[in-house]
Design a protein around this ligand. Structure first.
Ligand code: LGS
Length: 459
């Protein structure tokens, strides 16, 4: 097949998040985050695992960056740990900031462009003790933290993302309780969702200084009803509304979809939004990051084969007003998480966002798959992961051919790591990590992806 080239300057990267890889949770004055507390609470993470050591990236960052460089990546998306930079959620911890300065220096030396995410779910515990994201004040605290991080790093980091997957942070953290801080209240979850977006809106103008570009990274899904019955269509409208339109409309249009606002009325949503908030939130992005993994096929029949794999302990619903919607397996192959592989859904999301919210440069800020990996002869042959990424890159290529302004792709994840409620059992990395020895072994997918990056295209 002819080479399917990508536009010049395309960012070929991989992504990680602080709590999932860094370890060293008490080093250099780091404070505690809600994930430290949650992971140390029995029954919240499979096998009682936690991020205390993770993949020791805090100590091994230079080796990790060198490996990225040798594979051929030209971009890296990582997140900053808020409690390293502001232990307790206030002030400035120079030693914590120094780690990110060292990391960024190493990246630039390897010719790798840094893309920094400010909030990938590790809220300082003290801010949760004061109420966390359901409290409006947390958004103002976030803007202060963003300012501190920007001042220290914006000479060298030009791409900033405010919040990663605000849907997860709000609805899994405060609604279903599957993620930290583990609260189960739809009313608190909808407050959290708005305040995460407000945090974005307050921080974005500060982050633009020094010629920086600002984005956010919501997780979007293709959504289809299992039939075109009125009830299933309405189930799909509700899930699409909460998962996609709520965040897209707020970030890109400065409004919330009327139907979603109406659905959230019983949870007190109208009282959460203050005059002027949506003007602050809307239209502040220079680019939009999209995290894409799968499609939701939904049914209004609560007895339909339900499947929402957000945690091994999945309990309460993370969908206010759509608690009885069932998630149906539509028969596609699944990954080790049980999530269906649907690259067509990525093409659908990209073309939809480009059409309905035009003129915003897009990045795929996460895409990838967990599969069971086996080390044999010193290597890991992960053909299924390679196939998953290749199919999704082909979908990106098609979308670009259709006119979508896609500027880059970040595989989730660079390294195997702490997969939240699932602990270390689920491996998403391009690079295998032996958790006993911390030895890194690039999988076949890493070697292949590096070649794609070097050639700027699929062959
Ligand atoms: O490790 C996380 C990855 C893995 O899969 C990362 O920290 C998050 O930003 C992100 O949530 N990640 C992720 N998301 C996929 C969720 C898929 C749920 C699919 C349900 C299908 C019906």
């Amino acid at each position: 097949m002819a080479t399917r080239g990508f536009p010049e300057g395309f960012a070929w990267g991989a992504a990680t998040a602080s709590y999932q890889i860094e370890g060293s949770v008490t080093a250099d004055g780091r404070g505690a985050s809600i994930w430290d507390t949650f992971a140390h609470t029995p029954g919240k993470v499979l096998n009682g695992e936690n991020g205390d050591v993770a993949v020791d990236h805090y100590a091994r960052y230079a080796e990790d960056v060198a490996l990225m460089g040798s594979l051929g990546l030209n971009a890296y998306r990582f997140s900053l740990s808020w409690p390293r930079i502001q232990p307790g959620g206030r002030g400035v911890n120079g030693a914590g900031l120094d780690f990110y300065k060292r990391l960024v220096d190493e990246l630039l030396e390897q010719g790798i462009t840094p893309y920094a995410t400010l909030y990938h779910w590790d809220l300082p515990q003290e801010l949760q003790d004061a109420g966390g994201w359901p409290e409006r004040d947390t958004a103002y605290r976030f803007a202060e933290y963003a300012q501190v991080a920007h001042e220290a790093l914006s000479d060298r980091v030009k791409h900033w993302m405010t919040v990663n997957e605000p849907w997860c942070a709000a609805f899994l953290g405060y609604g279903s309780g599957d993620h930290a801080p583990g609260l189960r209240s739809s009313a608190q979850a909808v407050r959290a969702a708005h305040h995460l977006l407000l945090a974005h809106g307050l921080a974005a103008p500060l982050l633009k200084a020094n010629d920086c570009l600002v984005g956010a990274a919501p997780n979007l899904y293709a959504v289809t009803p299992v039939s075109d019955s009125e009830a299933d269509l309405d189930a799909a409208r509700r899930i699409d509304g909460l998962q996609n339109r709520f965040f897209l409309d707020a970030l890109l249009r400065g409004s919330y979809p009327e139907d979603v606002v109406a659905d959230l009325e019983p949870f007190g949503f109208a009282d959460v939004v203050q005059p002027g908030d949506l003007d602050l939130i809307g239209g502040k992005v220079d680019f939009l990051g999209i995290n894409y993994y799968s499609r939701h096929t939904v049914s209004a029949d609560p007895d339909a084969a339900g499947m929402v794999a957000t945690s091994p302990f999945a309990s309460a619903s993370p969908w206010p007003g759509a608690e009885s919607v069932a998630f149906v397996n539509a028969g596609r192959p699944v990954t080790d998480m049980g999530w269906e592989v649907d690259p067509g859904g990525l093409h659908e999301i990209l073309t939809r966002v480009a059409k309905e919210y035009p003129s915003v440069p897009l990045y795929i800020t996460e895409n990838g798959a967990a599969y069971v990996d086996t080390v044999a002869d010193g290597g890991v042959d992960d053909q299924e992961r390679l196939d998953y990424i290749e199919a999704h890159l082909a979908a990106c290529h098609d979308a670009i051919a259709d006119g979508v302004p896609l500027k880059g792709y970040f595989a989730w994840s660079f390294l195997d790591n702490f997969e939240w409620g699932w602990g270390y059992g689920k491996r998403f990395g391009l690079v295998y990590v032996d958790y006993e020895t911390q030895v890194r072994i690039p999988k076949s997918s890493a070697h292949w992806y590096g070649r794609v990056a070097r050639h700027n295209g699929l062959s």
